[in-house]
Design a binder for this molecule. Structure first.
Ligand SMILES: CC/C=C\C/C=C\C/C=C\CC/C=C/CC(=O)SCCNC(=O)CCNC(=O)[C@H](O)C(C)(C)COP(=O)(O)OP(=O)(O)OC[C@H]1O[C@@H](n2cnc3c(N)ncnc32)[C@H](O)[C@@H]1OP(=O)(O)O
Length: 285
């Protein structure tokens, strides 16, 4: 049994239930991303709010895109990306969607993820991730595309897609390859390693390890403050030069990237692994 599945070592029985039920009106009314703008600093705190684990689906991706649009419109000076959950930043792509979808729904999922990716990665203001809990798969990736990461001790972070049977999408490989030293990127991507914050800080996956969410927010604010005396046009031009390869890849190959993702998810091997992974998650408790 893989390390990640061992990591999922309690039992859960309600994923099947989840597939068969519709959300209650209360869940429907909840905003998927809460926005709180600090009038003094001008920073917006965006809290993912798709409980229990902030698994990423079309609606959450769209809510993130909308929140970034709002920040752009209001000429935000910076964003702190975090979560309302007490112990999970984001558990990555919604496994229910990977398990029960079809090529149309997977295309829509990836399309929405590309939009959210571009909004964050190409924003005209810096983003700092206050990683207040586990950040796995897509959750880790969304913290990686911020400009800074502070992570609370006691949780795990990593791109474990390979464990779920999905070949790593190109942009994830490109960005991990740039963030981590080459050897660590290779091992991490091909083995789907999950790291403690202390391990992650040694390989550049997180910048600071903190004791709680409050300290993570303080660190994020301190990072954003560093840009206050630098003209943002100069920062953005420089940042876009650094990030151009990934941004251009998605902008110029949007449909191919969607097709690659759908192909990777719909393969018999991936579907079998997703099914096994899903069952392991379900049988945890
Ligand atoms: C251009 C590209 C741009 C952008 C791309 C962006 C994003 C995409 C990134 C990558 C794409 C490539 C493919 C990615 C695949 C994935 O991301 S697969 C998901 C990977 N994630 C995981 O493996 C995490 C699995 N979950 C866990 O390990 C644990 O649940 C966790 C440690 C998070 C929390 O543990 P614990 O606190 O004990 O809670 P439970 O395990 O009991 O979970 C609570 C309920 O939540 C359900 N759940 C957990 N994870 C997911 C999930 N990912 N999707 C859906 N549901 C999930 C779990 O079943 C429990 O449900 P229940 O209460 O029983 O109903």
């Amino acid at each position: 049994m893989s390390r990640n599945i061992l990591f999922l070592s309690k039992t859960i029985n309600s994923n099947v239930r989840r597939l068969c039920t519709t959300p209650t009106p209360v869940q429907k009314a909840e905003k998927l991303v809460l926005i709180d703008v600090n009038d003094k600093t001008g920073y917006g705190t965006l809290s993912m709010n798709r409980l229990p684990v902030n698994s990423l689906n079309v609606e959450l991706f769209n809510a993130l895109s909308d929140a970034y649009d709002e920040m752009e419109k209001n000429k935000s000076r910076g964003v702190i990306l975090t979560s309302t959950s007490p112990k999970i930043f984001s558990a990555g792509l919604d496994i229910n969607d990977l398990y029960s979808g079809d090529s149309k729904s997977w295309s829509e999922l990836w399309d929405a993820s590309q939009e959210a990716f571009l909004k964050i990665y190409d924003a005209s203001f810096p983003s700092a991730a206050a990683i207040n809990g586990h950040a796995i798969g897509g959750g880790c990736f969304f913290s990686m595309i911020c400009d800074y990461r502070a992570m609370v001790k006691g949780y795990q972070i990593g791109l474990n897609e390979i464990q779920v049977g999905i070949a790593l999408p190109k942009v994830l490989v490109m960005i991990m390859g740039k963030l981590l030293p080459r050897r660590h990127a290779e091992i991490s991507l091909t083995q789907g390693t999950l790291y403690s914050p202390e391990q992650a800080s040694k390989i550049n996956l997180v910048d600071d390890v903190v004791v709680d969410k409050a300290e993570a927010i303080i660190k994020c604010e301190a990072f954003l403050n560093k840009f206050r005396k630098i003209p943002m046009d100069a920062v953005n031009t420089t940042k876009r030069t650094i990030r151009r390869e990934e941004i251009d890849y998605i902008r110029n190959n949007k449909q191919k990237d969607i097709d690659d993702f759908v192909k990777a998810v719909e393969s018999v091997e991936a579907q079998n692994t997703i099914k096994m992974y899903y069952q392991a998650l379900k049988n945890k408790k």
